[in-house]
Design a protein. Sequence first.
Length: 150
Amino acid sequence: MAASLALLCTDGSDLALSAIRQGLDLLAPPDRIVLVSVSSPIDPTLVTGTGFAGGVMTYDEKNDLVEAQRVAAQAHLDETVAALGLADVETMVVVGDAGHEICRLAETLPASVVVLGTHGRGGIKRAIIGSTSDHVVRHCVCPVLVQGAG
């Protein structure tokens, strides 16, 4: 039988921490745990401009912003590991659209299960903001355990 891998997803929120905690309580102990946080990419037009307007930051400022996001995401991961008391866990910071990146990781690792939280938005907010958990549930190659808000 193949080794089991749990892909745990956090954005640093209490909701994500609760979802991971409850997910781990429900699952058989996995052989491998990967904890991931996804940072949003920086719009390149902030540096290059749009054709009608110039950029509003330099390449160095953009790189500093990317590094600050990476450091903040790693801090979320470290805080989550400490709060859960996890040992022997791998952490990853990836950049991109959260739903797509989680599904890509689930496939390439490969994950046995993905655990994540949802804010429980509906209607107009969901249509405008989108839903990472909805995307993952619909496109992931493995089972997905979603814990909702409240």
